[in-house]
Design a protein around this ligand. Structure first.
Ligand SMILES: Cc1cc2nc3c(=O)[nH]c(=O)nc-3n(C[C@H](O)[C@H](O)[C@H](O)COP(=O)(O)OP(=O)(O)OC[C@H]3O[C@@H](n4cnc5c(N)ncnc54)[C@H](O)[C@@H]3O)c2cc1C
Length: 464
């Protein structure tokens, strides 16, 4: 079995930054990612066969990603790409899946930098072809230079609507409307936190310019409440939302579209941290259940550290800073550097992180999905797409005695499919909380177990 000193799961900004700082103090890192190329979500790369003729046309974020990737290739970090971690076993042994084979990797220290994914909210018709997440649309246009459709409506909450709209426009799409669930008046009073966030202003301006130039209607306090079509999406119904984001009766109108991209922020990817036995805490503004950690990014599980969005949604700069601290923390845990040296090395990263956190907290508070969106889910609405479990079946499970999400899982199969509850987990939790009158943090999370991601039986049979 292969053995390494430090394994990092996730080749996004957090994982790459962790590997770089660890490597700088003599701790060689092996970074694993299921994507064929490094970069994570924000620095998602195109396939190797694609040639970029004009890098400057791809914007500031692309350049920033290239700079990080060049540092990584110069540092001689070992990358295991196209490789999924589907299990973590005691003592710190990772089950890896690549192609048709599965291997084990033993590590002395592990950094989890597994990021996040779109937070979805079901509504009637959300499973129609043509309805997708904002992140799904972005992956197509950014990673493959493919447009998801030609008449597109974007809906949800938070700043992620902006880069996706700008990237779709750049790709030649027609955006029918951008629907932001919050209203600008709710942003008042937060202006102080924006002070000195020049980089964020610059980014927002880069995205808003093409949106304004294309005269895309941006409507606040509205969202998609239903999608309709024969074989695929043809039309969405839009409604105004009240304070709690309940649709206002009588405010509905229709928009013709072949694509609807919807996302209400991000949910944190905690499957592997739960497999490792790490403690978590509930933090709705930061993306739900986040991995608890100390000031060196060490979790409650021995020799397991965490960095980036897995500790709460805070954006790329915070992910890079946390990754750097985790890399130093890993070297400290293995006794490769003194506490004083570690503190000195971590100081600039801590300063940067300190500047980002209040901003992230503010965004989380403003844009976290509100309870009224649950009113969109009719009895017939599919909640768990993998196992095709409807809201009525989830409600029946609650009526028959389920008091937490795992009670629903065992009675109705929600969360038992291919995605293992990554998409429906947060929604089932909200439905159980509402149905039983408990706070959402009391209804638990789907229990994690290997196999965390789909693996063929042939691959498991080949395991060394
Ligand atoms: C869909 C999506 C799109 C986003 N786009 C933007 C954007 O355009 N602009 C912006 O400012 N921010 C964006 N963000 C926020 C962005 O995630 C962060 O700013 C930043 O990328 C976080 O870095 P990270 O390293 O923590 O996580 P990520 O960049 O998400 O990296 C995590 C990595 O872990 C890997 N991974 C997870 N589980 C496994 C496993 N079991 N086995 C192997 N590999 C695994 C993933 O493949 C991924 O590459 C986006 C977030 C999401 C979820």
């Amino acid at each position: 079995m292969e053995q390494v000193d430090l394994a990092v799961i996730g080749a996004g900004p957090a994982g790459l930054s962790a590997a770089l700082t660890a490597q700088a103090v003599g701790l060689s890192a092996t970074v694993i990612d299921e994507n064929p190329r490094p970069g994570g979500q924000i620095f998602r790369q195109m396939p190797e066969a694609f040639r970029v003729a004009r890098p400057e046309a791809l914007g500031h974020t692309f350049q920033k990603g290239q700079a990080l990737l060049e540092k990584v290739s110069g540092a001689g970090i070992q990358l295991k790409l196209g490789t999924t971690v589907w299990g973590v076993f005691h003592p710190l042994t990772l089950a890896l899946h690549r192609g048709d084979s599965t291997q084990s990797l033993r590590c002395r220290t592990l950094i989890l930098a597994t990021g996040a994914y779109d937070h979805t909210m079901p509504f009637p018709g959300w499973t129609l072809p043509g309805v997708m997440t904002l992140g799904g649309a972005q992956a197509l246009v950014k990673g493959q230079r493919v447009l998801p459709g030609t008449r597109i409506v974007l809906a949800g909450s938070g700043p992620f609507l902006l880069p996706v709209a700008a990237q779709l426009l750049k790709g030649g799409a027609r955006i029918v409307a951008i629907l932001e669930a919050t209203r600008p008046r709710s942003w008042l009073g937060k202006a102080g936190v924006l002070w000195k966030q020049w980089e964020r202003f610059r980014e927002a301006w880069e995205y808003m310019r093409p949106i304004a130039a294309a005269r895309v209607p941006v409507r606040f306090g509205q969202t998609i409440v239903a999608a309709r079509g024969d074989q695929a999406l043809e039309e969405v119904t839009v409604a105004s939302l009240d304070q709690e984001w309940r649709p206002v009766p009588g405010s509905e109108y229709a928009l013709e579209a072949d694509t609807a991209c919807v996302g209400f922020g991000f949910s944190i990817n905690t499957q592997l941290s739960r497999l490792c036995g790490c403690d978590h805490q509930y933090s709705p503004g930061y993306g739900g259940w986040v991995v608890s950690h100390d000031s060196w990014q060490r979790t409650s599980a021995q020799n397991v550290l965490v960095a980036g969005e897995a500790t709460g949604i805070a954006g790329v700069d915070a992910a890079v800073a946390e990754g750097a601290i985790a890399g130093i923390g890993a070297a400290l845990s293995l006794g490769l550097i003194s506490e004083a040296d570690a503190r000195r090395r971590a100081a600039p990263h801590r300063k940067r992180l300190g500047r980002m956190r209040p901003f992230a907290e503010m965004l989380g508070e403003l844009f976290a999905p509100r309870e009224g969106l649950l009113d969109l889910i009719t009895d017939e609405t599919v909640v768990c797409r993998c196992e095709e479990v409807t809201a009525a079946e989830v409600r029946q499970a609650i009526d028959s005695g389920a008091r937490d999400v795992n009670g629903v899982k065992s009675r109705a199969r929600a969360g038992m499919g291919l995605c293992q509850g990554r998409v429906c987990g947060a929604i089932v939790a909200e439905l159980v909380a509402r149905g039983t009158g408990q706070p959402v943090e009391e209804v638990g999370v789907f229990s994690a177990r290997p196999i965390a991601k789909p693996v063929s039986l042939a691959a498991i049979a080949s395991m060394e």
